[in-house]
Design a binder for this molecule. Sequence first.
Ligand code: ADP
Ligand code: MG
Length: 230
Amino acid sequence: MLKINKLHKSYKMGDSSLHVLKGIDLHVDKGEMVAIMGSSGSGKSTLLNIIGILDELDSGEYTLDGIEIKDLTEKKAAQYRNKFLGFVFQSFNLINFKNALENVALPLYYQGLKRKERQEKAMFHLEKVGLADWSTHLPNELSGGQKQRVAIARALAAEPKLLLADEPTGALDSATSHEIMQFLQQLNDEGKTILIVTHEEDISLMCKRIVRLKDGVIMEDKKVKQNRLI
Ligand code: ADP
Ligand code: MG
């Protein structure tokens, strides 16, 4: 599904540069549920953004679903993102003036689906996250957990092969966090490949594999017995 070899990434800052990722090797197979752990500033988001084709690597290799991700034009990058990847963020990133259904339907617009198809598909995914009755509500009428469910439905609407989540529970209380993780576990049970960035130990233990980053290198990469509430 995903192969990264000898990845390096630096950020230029005026005359100096900050070496953030220092030779990352990471292979992820279809059906895995991986936690990327590490303290703040260890390079987790940088790595996830490169995997998500939101940012470019400096050196090394990255192939996604057999396709080498290298020197892509903006247009190609957007195409691959739409085709392969779903994103979930700590801050939900919902559009405030659009209701839940419209938020979920938005990525389908970029896939060129007709309005009716978009609405049906969006509704199907809202139902899947248990929010069918909330479809006409605006984000500010939803709880944090509900917002994150809408964001997950939106990420799933385009049927991505890989779901990328950057601190998806970072803004949620612990009961709601576990609920969201349970839902991600169910998705993974159905075969979805999921990568979750987190700095919370209990969240990582709900995944099947933990990759630990420290100062831009992988310190540890181990399979774990997945913690489940159900
Ligand atoms: P994490 O997600 O693990 O907290 P990040 O990947 O966000 O870490 O950041 C790693 C390091 O890179 C940090 O020191 C951060 O300040 C720096 N950094 C992140 N993004 C940028 C950027 N766009 N420009 C310059 N420095 C950045
Ligand atoms: Mg981060």
